[in-house]
Structure formats: structure tokens, C-alpha cells
Design a protein around this ligand. Structure first.
Ligand code: HEM
Ligand code: HEM
Length: 176
């Protein structure tokens, strides 16, 4: 079993992080869609309570993933093009910024936050902290939707490379 990455394929740790986060992002997409389109329906009641804890878990995982990517940066498959490289960097960036803005707003709102029962913020009395709340109000939802679009583009590009007769099929690097 290959734990670390090498020049031709991603290792077990990168794969667990990649596919685990892909699954959690699907849950996040469902909860965000329920919030936007199915407000006050059983669908939203079921899914929306998962949004903050799963988002927090994704923030922890992306921090681990960035550290792992940096540790492996000289021995992992090289990007097929500059645009693929920039696309992956943008994905990493948004995967960190979107939940970070949500969490910052959560703290600034003064409300308690206990993801999966873990007492992260105990909350406080008094006014909200504007500089913590406003960036989230302005950007969290929009950047979240942009992130989901980029992931759809990412999946589309994987299929594109696979079907093209001239491009390298990159799926075996992450899947088999
Ligand atoms: C069906 C869904 C998906 C498929 C088939 C897929 C496939 C792949 C493949 C084949 C690679 C390797 C590309 C290469 O080396 O050139 C890759 C890399 C990557 N994927 Fe995905 N992916 C999927 C979903 C996602 C999701 C949901 C995310 C975001 C959470 C994501 C984020 C990334 C990132 C950031 C990389 C760069 C490699 C790294 O450093 O981890 N992917 N993906
Ligand atoms: C990668 C993780 C995350 C993604 C992709 C994400 C995505 C989104 C999206 C797309 C929306 C807009 C839904 C709509 O249009 O109705 C949204 C809303 C929201 N999110 Fe997140 N989120 C994440 C993490 C978090 C975290 C960690 C928190 C708080 C701890 C949070 C709190 C909220 C709240 C309160 C809303 C409703 C207010 C608003 O639209 O800004 N999210 N999220």
C-alpha cells in the first residue's frame, strides 16, 4: 500500500482526504440547496442542521490536506497544464476560505457553537462583532456557490481528459 504520493499516482492519505471530502461536499451541496430552495420544508429540516458541523469538519480536513500537499509537493503527479494547476490551487483556496468565513461569522455572532457535541465556542452576551460577521454575510454564500460550480468544472475536466484521444487520463492517479 502506498501511503505517500509518488510521481505517477496519489497515495492512500491523499485519496482518503480527496474522496472523504468529496462525499462531505456532496452533503454540503444538499444542505445549501435545501436552505436556498426548500426553506421550511422537511427536506430543509433534515439537512440544514448538518451544514455548520459538516462545514467545520471540512475546514479541519482542508487544513490537514494543505499540510499533506505541502509535505508531498516534490513527489506527487505533476499537473497536466498550468490551468489545471491554477484550478487546483483555486479549489484549495476556496475550500479553506468558504468555511473559515462561516466560522468567523459564527464566532462574531456571539452564539454558542458545538459541532458534533464538541464545545468550540461558548458564545457571549452583547453586540455582534461587525468585522467578523460582515465578510461572511457578504461572501460566504456566493463563494460557496462558486466553489460548487468549480467542483462541477473539475469533474467535467476529469471526464474530458479521459475521453480525449490526446490528453492523459488522470483518473487512475486518484482512483485505482
Ligand atoms: C466525482 C467527483 C470527483 C472526481 C472524479 C475527481 C477526480 C480527481 C482526479 C482524477 C484528480 C487528480 C488530477 C490530477 O492529478 O491531474 C483530482 C484532484 C483533485 N481534486 Fe478531485 N475529483 C472529484 C471531486 C472533487 C471534489 C468534490 C473536490 C473538492 C472537495 C476535489 C478536489 C480536488 C483537488 C483540490 C485536487 C488536486 C489534487 C490534490 O492536491 O488533492 N475533487 N480529482
Ligand atoms: C466547505 C464548507 C461550506 C460550504 C461549501 C458552504 C456553502 C454555503 C452556501 C452555498 C450557502 C448559501 C445557501 C443559500 O444560498 O441559501 C451557505 C449558507 C450558510 N452557511 Fe455555509 N458553507 C460551508 C461551511 C459553513 C460553516 C463552517 C458555517 C458556520 C459554522 C456555515 C454557515 C452558514 C450559514 C449560517 C448560512 C446561511 C447564511 C448565508 O447564506 O450566508 N457554513 N453555505
Amino acid at each position: 500500500m502506498l501511503i505517500k504520493d509518488n510521481d505517477t499516482r496519489y497515495g492512500t492519505v491523499s485519496r482518503i482526504l480527496h474522496w472523504g471530502m468529496a462525499l462531505l461536499m456532496l452533503v454540503q451541496l444538499l444542505s445549501a440547496t435545501a436552505h436556498m430552495l426548500f426553506d421550511e420544508t422537511p427536506f430543509e429540516e433534515l439537512l440544514w442542521p448538518t451544514h455548520k458541523p459538516v462545514g467545520f469538519l471540512l475546514l479541519v480536513l482542508i487544513a490537514i490536506r494543505i499540510c499533506w500537499a505541502l509535505t508531498n509537493r516534490y513527489h506527487r503527479p505533476s499537473s497536466v497544464s498550468l490551468s489545471a494547476k491554477l484550478g487546483h490551487i483555486a479549489l484549495y483556496g476556496l475550500l479553506a476560505v468558504v468555511p473559515a468565513l462561516g466560522l468567523l461569522r459564527q464566532y462574531g455572532s456571539g452564539r454558542t457553537f458545538e459541532p458534533f457535541g464538541f464545545p468550540l465556542f461558548s458564545g457571549f452576551e452583547g453586540d455582534k462583532i461587525a468585522w467578523m460577521v460582515q465578510p461572511g454575510n457578504l461572501l460566504h454564500g456566493w463563494l460557496g456557490w462558486i466553489l460548487f460550480m468549480m467542483i462541477i468544472g473539475h469533474i467535467f475536466m476529469v471526464i474530458w481528459h479521459k475521453r480525449s484521444s490526446t490528453d492523459e487520463d488522470v483518473l487512475p492517479r486518484m482512483w485505482r
